[in-house]
Every structure is written in C-alpha cells, then in structure tokens.
Design a protein around this ligand. Structure first.
Ligand code: SAM
Length: 444
C-alpha cells in the first residue's frame, strides 16, 4: 500500500479497473496499492463499486454499476445468481471461466510452488455446463418470521438459506423440482426438524437423504413416498451420523458405468463420488492416457474412494493397490472390484493424514511404477516424505485446490527430486469458483 492511501468508509463508492479474478470468483483491483476484492466484477472491466468491508491487508466490495463490461460477460441464467452461494461465475462465458481457472492454477504453481510444467499445459477438460451436479447438500430451514420453509444452498457469504425455486447446475431431476420438494417438506409435521437434504445420483437413480431430528409420522411418511413416486426418486431418512441412514421404503441402488472399459461402480448415497459424471469419464480417460499403464505396471492409488481410478487402472495393468481412509468406501471399492471381475486390485483402509508405519500402512513396503494421488482440499503434505521410497517413476496428482497442489508441488520438485511434467484444469464444477486440476510429476 502506498502513502497516498486514504482509508475508505464502509458504504463509500469508487471506480476501479479490474485486473484479475480471485480463487472465489471476485474481481481484483488496487486502489493506492491496496487490494480490493469485488463481487460481481470481471477482469478487464471498469466498475463503480461499494465498499462492504475495510480490512488491514485488503478491502472487499460489491459492484454497483458496470461502466465498461468485459467482452466475455454474459447474462446469468439463474434468477438466484448473486444471492445464492452455489455459483459465482455465471456472469462469465463458460470458455472464459475455464481460462480463468487455468490462470489461477498457473499463478498458484508459479507463486506458491515456484514450478512450471516442463511440457506445458494440457487442454482443459470440459463437459456439459448445466444440470451436471449429481451430488449436493441443500440446507432446509423454517423461518418463523416469514412463516416459510426454505430449501437451498446457503446465501453467498452468509449462513442464511437461499429461497431457491430451481437450480440450473443441479441435475434437473432435483434442480427443476425444488418447489415441489419444499412444499412436501413444508407439509410435514416435523418440517421444523429437518436441517438438510442430500442428493446423490448415479447414471439413473436419484436418492434424497433427508436428515430428520424427530421421527416422521405415518402421514409424513406417506407424503414423502408420494413425492418420491411422482418424481421417480428414492427417499432415505438419516436419523443420526452417516451410518444411521435407512430407506423410507425399499433400498435403491446407485451406480455409474464407464462404458469404454466395460466397468460399473456402485456406491451408497453419502459416499464420496465425483459430482460431474460426464466430466469424470473424461478425467478417467486422461488418467489412463497420462499413465499409459502396461502389463507389468504396479500402481498405487492413494485416496481411492470407491475405486473410481483403481478399477479403470486395473483393467490395463498388472496390479493396483487402492488406499482410502473411509472403511465404508474401501468396502465398496472391494465389492466393485469383485463385481467387475477384477482380481488384481488390493485395498487398504489407512488414515493418510496420520503418522504412517508398516502396521497402519503395510503397502509402504511395496514399490510401484506409478502413483495416483487424489486428496481432499487440504492436499497431501503429510504423505509426501513417504513417496520417494515407493520408487514410482510417475506421480499423478489430482487436486481440488490449486493452492495445496502448488504447495505440495514445491516440495515434490524442490526437495524430493520430481519434475513437474504437465498440468491442466478440468471443469468439474462449471459456474462455481472450484478449480479442479491434474499434474503429472516424473522422477529420474
Ligand atoms: C477427492 S476424493 C477422491 C476419491 C476418488 N479418488 C474418486 O475419484 O472418487 C478424496 C478421498 O480422500 C478420502 N480421505 C479423506 N481424508 C482421508 C484421510 N485422512 N485418509 C485417507 N483418505 C482420506 C475421502 O474419503 C475421499 O474418498
């Protein structure tokens, strides 16, 4: 910040030129050297904005008027855009969204990781942009003041629930029936004891897991059954933790197929699965292309979930070891290997964020030709020192947060002797600020 900086007041407005985009989809500008993050503004635009928050290191604001619009600005499709916290980029044309995400990855690798991919960036993976989301958690809240039940994502930057009528990014099976769901939930005797609904959808069937803090009456159960019947869904009731989930009527099966490999994977409604199944198919193809497994390949798949990469890799390699912290997911992965006739997979339940030894991680005494690493947002810092001992020539890192990928890349490249070969982004969550990426490291 330079000396000419005059502390603004909340509510004050100013005009700025927007230089870039933050990781959460806000426009970045500078006034007298101090950064300001502005909701609703896009790079290349000149906007008039209102200050919302004055902080020590940066300020925050919201667009009041767009004075010069970016050429890639488009009209948001959803009427809730700007209020709902589910999406933050609908005002930007979709190819520009993924370009902006690639820029975020590039910046993170350079500034945090101090690395550049030796062979450059892969073309972004893109699939459908609307109605793609097959996993979601919607909040439910009865608002006494309004005498109304709300069902939706949280509002942007608040704990309030958006009064959602429809959702353009959710699969239409639920996205186009939010009002009917809300009306059904509002009609239940326990409507004030329902904090959330989770949606899980495979290739075809759709399950809604309704969290209930009180037992539904017989009439409530009937209403829920009718809703499920009319909308061709299945309802489960969750009375406690993730283990306490029961079908309202009968059990339904969730699964997705990977047609080109002849595979079919099953999962339970609260299991981790990739949200965008069409993009996931492209991702699996990219994983296979980058690793190019051979008859003698011995691959380690860390954070393997239900075997989303383990099984495809097992179809074309000698052996694959999958490791995952959630015992339920490991059980599903084992079962998926059996039902797909793959007997060259082995699975272990290991907490990969704890100290590892041969008792908790017996797979550490094996060596591998390649490793796949697909951690949660917090990355894989604790695991990195173990990797060189496993002797793999290639390490494929799939990331849902560029900052932690870049932090881990710095260690892999500058401390552990790997080279960053290629990197790229994929549009797993169009219209949101989530940046999913992939990076291939090689070791001499
Ligand atoms: C981004 S998901 C990837 C799952 C899988 N590769 C897929 O494509 O479906 C991350 C996985 O890490 C698992 N996980 C989270 N914390 C873990 C931990 N401490 N130890 C091991 N696995 C963990 C989650 O259960 C989840 O399955």
């Amino acid at each position: 910040m330079n000396k000419a900086y005059h502390k603004p007041l909340r509510g004050q407005s100013a005009e700025v030129f927007i230089e870039s985009l933050t990781q959460d989809g806000r426009g970045v500008a500078h006034i007298d050297g101090k950064a300001i993050f502005i909701h609703g503004a896009l790079p290349g635009e000149t906007v008039r904005f209102t200050y919302n928050k004055i902080q020590k290191r940066f300020d925050e604001g919201t667009v009041q008027e767009i004075l010069t619009a970016a050429p890639k600005r488009v009209l948001p499709k959803c009427p809730h855009f700007g209020i709902c916290g589910g999406c933050s980029l609908q005002h930007l044309e979709t190819t520009a969204q993924i370009q902006a995400k690639e820029q975020i990855l590039r910046d993170a690798l350079v500034h945090i990781g101090k690395v550049q991919p030796q062979s450059g960036y892969l073309p972004p993976l893109v699939a459908k942009h609307w109605g793609y989301r097959r996993k979601a958690r919607l909040g439910v809240r009865y608002v006494e003041r309004k005498g109304q039940l709300l069902v939706g994502f949280r509002e942007r930057g608040s704990s309030f629930i958006t009064n959602m009528q429809s959702c353009q990014v959710l699969h239409p099976k639920l996205g186009m029936h939010i009002i009917a769901l809300r009306e059904t939930l509002a009609s239940l005797s326990i409507c004030k004891q329902i904090p959330q609904v989770e949606m899980a959808m495979g290739d075809t069937s759709c399950i809604l897991v309704i969290r209930v803090l009180a037992a539904p009456s017989t009439a409530d159960r009937l209403k829920l059954s009718q809703f499920a019947y009319i909308h061709d869904m299945h309802i489960y009731l969750q009375t406690g933790g993730p283990q306490q989930v029961e079908p309202l009527d009968k059990t339904a099966h969730l699964g997705y197929s990977i047609p080109e490999l002849g595979l079919s994977l099953e999962f339970e409604p609260l299991d981790f699965t990739q949200v965008h199944l069409e993009l996931n198919q492209l991702l699996i193809t990219r994983v296979l292309e980058l690793l190019n497994p051979q008859n003698n390949s011995h691959i380690l798949d860390l954070f393997c979930g239900i075997g989303n990469f383990t099984l495809p890799l097992a179809t074309c390699s000698n052996r694959v070891v999958g490791v995952e912290g959630d015992a339920g997911l490991v059980a599903r992965a084992k079962n998926n290997a059996v039902t797909n006739g793959l007997n060259n997979c082995e699975f272990f339940t290991t907490d990969l964020y704890k100290e590892l030894d041969l008792t908790t991680a017996p797979w550490l005494q094996q060596t591998f030709s390649q490793i796949v690493l697909d951690p949660p947002r917090s990355g894989a810092l604790q695991l990195l020192p173990h990797l060189p001992k496993l002797n793999a020539q290639q390490l494929l890192y799939i990331s849902c947060l560029p900052a932690t990928l870049a932090r881990d890349a710095e260690i892999l490249v500058h401390e552990l002797g790997y080279t960053l070969d290629v990197a790229g982004v994929m549009d797993m969550f169009p219209h949101t600020a989530h940046v999913e990426s992939i990076a291939l490291f090689t070791r001499n």
